[in-house]
Design a protein around this ligand. Structure first.
Ligand code: ADP
Ligand code: MG
Length: 604
């Protein structure tokens, strides 16, 4: 490590106002960042139950000579920045040379350190910024900084602290963020009377994640990595069903610096799409590597925000990498796929079976259980056919032939011996390789119809079923206005609606994929603005139409489904691009692994 110099007034003036040490967590953050900058392999953080009493951070990094140890406690003393051109491309976490000085001014600080070049170490004791004692000590290479009685001489700041529990919580979050950002560092974290964690160097981030969060929570979490436009985004993404109410389980780091970034948080959230409810936040570690000249870390006093010179690109990089990773999360490997792949009535979906699984699925628990579907395979599927099997007879097919179809279908099912149970006319239960899925029939169908509606609305030709007898509806004036507004979209879906006198409209055709009554009901809801359970405020009209249609045309909870219908529903669900959630982000299914069952029954 280069030795410490005092920054020239010129450079110092370009640096944003001094480090703000406002609470114990800020002390820990600065000390931990210094330890990382010193190239440490081991960092141990030890805190009293009342964190302002004692905070100790010990590392095995480069350490300091006696001269540097004394300098390090002065303002604008840093080894990390030589000229202001360095300020353009900062690679270290520190650069202002102020943290140690700022901490030392408001506490009793003991610095003990030894560099590899020295035979013995140095210990400096400072009280409220005044040096009390400097002496030689025998110690290993590395640095230990102990901060006691924080804010003893600034009672105002002391008064602003929250309860010791709250302060400990914030402090722990800081430590865990770094623990998750640096799996190659051996961490120890001890909070008196509460926490005592030893985390040896982890093989990879996922391993650290599993140790930190425990097996249950970690299940389904996947590492990801994606490079685009010179930005590398990597980390771990928690399973959608583990999403949390708050963002406490999200860590965002840029070039190894843990930051707070609403933009990255939003991109992450968007990447999950509606796999998770809108009021939930995914668990994730998002580590961004970017050319340091493309960011400005000198924007915030505590350095917890950075400015991206091209925020749009960054946003895109994060969102698309998360979206990509989520695609792998599609479970398609239903038991008995073989029968379907051979072209039974649900033949088209064979394409999404495990044999066509995309790359990258092997090795992870989720992939083993479910196989991996590629976006391409899914795109090739014809949703309409299955939806038709779900409900409506194909047009123009005489009923005897349909009977025959049903026969073939039943045979296929018997052959493949798949059971799908319906529970209280609400949930479908099906065995899958490695466990069981429980599907919410309404939510699942909603997801299917939503994707299908979007396909129609944004391109593909719709297929209509013409009604033998047009259905005539009474409409209020405002409903009529809405119909005029939405008619082009509604037509794309497969409806044919025309005026029928002053206060009535005639529906002559409805989308082929749902039964007549459901289709008519959905249109009525759309006109009546029945959005009680929709969250589509601000959506473009197509999106609004798609969501309303899906929600109102989908099978209800409480509706009994035939075996064929259950099969079609599950098949089709797992062929959608985002089967995990309905369009509002509610879960469509829950999976239970054999491991979990075995665990619960005490088999392992
Ligand atoms: P900055 O990190 O911005 O340089 P600090 O006040 O945090 O400023 O630290 C001042 C200097 O003290 C650092 O530049 C570094 O040279 C030295 N230093 C601080 N902590 C350590 C440590 N744990 N190990 C080695 N050197 C350290
Ligand atoms: Mg520092």
């Amino acid at each position: 490590m280069p030795s410490i110099r005092i920054l020239s007034p010129d450079v110092a003036s370009k640096i944003r106002a001094g480090e703000v040490i406002d609470r114990p967590a800020a002390v820990v953050k600065e000390l931990v960042e210094n330890a990382i900058d010193a190239g440490s392999r081991l960092v141990a953080v030890q805190v009293a139950a009342n964190p302002e009493r004692t905070i100790r951070v010990q590392d095995d990094g480069a350490g300091m000579s006696r001269e540097d140890a004394l300098l390090s406690l002065k303002r604008h003393a840093t080894s990390k920045l030589a000229s202001d051109s360095d300020l353009e491309a900062i690679r270290t976490l520190g650069f202002r040379g102020e943290a140690l000085a700022a901490i030392a001014e408001v506490s009793r600080l003991t610095l003990s350190t030894r560099s590899a070049d020295d035979l013995s170490g140095t210990q400096v004791e400072v009280l409220g910024g005044a040096t009390l004692q400097v002496q030689g000590v025998g110690r290993a290479v590395g640095t230990t900084i102990t901060v006691e009685d924080l804010f003893f001489n600034t009672p105002a700041r002391l008064r602003f602290l929250k309860s010791r529990e709250a302060e400990s919580r914030v402090l722990s979050r800081v430590v865990w963020s770094y623990v998750l950002t640096y799996p190659a560092i051996h961490w120890r974290f001890k909070v008196e009377g509460k926490e005592d964690t030893d985390l040896p160097v982890a093989g990879d981030l996922l391993e650290r994640w599993q140790i930190l969060y425990g097996r249950n929570v970690a299940e389904g979490a996947e590492p990801f990595e994606h490079e685009s436009g010179g930005v590398t985004v990597r980390g771990v993404l928690g399973a959608p069903e583990q999403a949390r109410v708050n963002r406490d389980h999200q860590v965002v780091a840029v070039n190894g610096r843990v930051i707070v970034s609403p933009a990255v948080g939003a991109a992450l959230r968007q990447g999950y799409g509606n796999l998770i409810p809108s009021d939930r936040n995914p668990m994730a570690v998002v580590s961004i590597e970017i050319d340091p000249s493309k960011i400005d870390v000198n924007v915030h006093p505590t350095k917890r925000e950075v400015r991206f010179r091209d925020e749009a690109r960054l946003f895109h990089a994060v969102r698309s990498s998360v979206e990509n990773a989520m695609r792998r999360y599609v479970p398609v490997s239903m038991a008995g796929d073989a029968a379907r792949a051979e072209g039974g009535p649900w033949g088209p979906h064979g394409g999404a079976g495990p044999r066509s699984g995309g790359p990258g699925g092997q090795g992870s628990g989720v992939a083993e259980t479910f196989g991996v579907g590629t976006a391409v395979a899914q795109a090739e599927m014809d949703g309409l056919e299955v939806a038709r099997a779900l409900y409506a007879p194909p047009e123009g097919v005489p009923s005897e032939v349909r009977e025959g179809d049903a026969e073939t279908l039943r045979e296929t099912l018997t052959e493949s011996e798949i059971q799908i149970w319906q529970l209280h006319d609400r949930y479908l239960l099906a065995p899958i390789r490695g466990g069981l899925v429980i599907v919410d029939q309404h939510a699942a169908h909603e997801r299917i119809l939503y994707e299908e509606a979007r396909e129609r609305l944004y391109g593909e030709q719709s297929v209509s079923q013409h009604l033998l007898f047009p259905r005539v509806l009474d409409v209020a004036p405002d409903e009529l206005d809405r119909l005029l507004l939405l008619e082009p979209h509604v037509r794309r879906l497969g409806y044919e609606v025309s005026l029928f006198g002053e206060r009535q409209v005639a529906i002559r055709a409805v989308p082929a994929s749902v039964p007549e009554d459901a289709a008519v009901g959905a249109l009525q809801s759309l006109l009546a603005r029945d959005e009680s359970h929709l969250d589509s405020a601000g959506d473009p009209p197509e999106e609004h139409v798609a969501k309303t249609f899906a929600c109102h045309a989908a099978v209800r909870s409480g509706q009994t489904l035939s075996l064929e219908e259950r099969r079609a529903l599950i098949d089709r669900l797992f062929a959608t691009s985002l089967p995990h959630g309905d369009p509002h982000g509610r879960a469509t299914y829950v999976r239970v692994s054999m491991e979990e069952l075995d665990r619960r029954f005490g088999r392992r």
